[in-house]
Design a binder for this molecule. Structure first.
Ligand code: ZN
Length: 183
């Protein structure tokens, strides 16, 4: 498929969820294409989260046939590709155990988030706004939070509620969630 056809299909897949998204495709050489996705909804999200939500909207067949040799850039307006920050898998693996232990046992993060969701005081917006508030109150720096959230995403926690039901399954909120799913 040529770039303009791919671009048209991507708009079809993604626009229902991101009506204002801009998609650009740049062919860098014979085998690699750069895909640029720009949307204001990305502003509160880490690039890793943005990718996770976008790729979910694209049918696996289409991905397999047309997007295997592509490099993705998920941008908020006013961001440049060199602004995007990721964390290496090796680093994530090295810090994971310590971070999970600290969040659970040392600083009460899990029980605070659990309490908010279990009491239905808050709802999830598909981002980390509630977790960030708690971590800010606990005085974790932005750099610490970057590491923490990359560990949590690696464990399947791409938003506040997923942190509880995918990462900290012993939380009350998570137990209720999985019970309902089994009924
Ligand atoms: Zn959620």
């Amino acid at each position: 498929m040529i770039s303009s056809e791919i671009q048209k299909k991507l708009y079809e897949f993604v626009k229902p969820s991101y009506p204002k998204i801009k998609i650009e495709i740049v062919d860098t050489n014979e085998n690699v294409r750069n895909l640029y996705f720009t949307d204001e909804k990305f502003e509160l999200l880490y690039p890793e989260q943005r990718y996770h939500y976008l790729v979910y909207l694209i049918p696996p067949d289409f991905y397999e046939q047309n997007l295997r040799n592509t490099i993705w850039f998920e941008l908020a307006p006013n961001e440049n590709p060199e602004d995007l920050e990721y964390l290496d898998q090796e680093v994530i693996d090295n810090i994971k155990d310590d971070i999970v232990r600290i969040l659970k046992d040392k600083v009460n993060f899990v029980s605070l988030l659990d309490k908010e969701f279990s009491s239905q005081n808050v709802k999830c917006f598909g981002d980390f706004r509630h977790s960030k508030k708690i971590l800010n109150d606990l005085e974790f720096s932005n750099q610490d939070q970057f590491d923490i959230f990359h560990v949590l995403m690696d464990e399947g926690g791409y938003c506040d509620c997923e942190i509880l039901y995918n990462v900290f399954k012993e939380s009350e909120y998570s137990k209720k969630y999985w019970e309902h799913r089994h009924e």
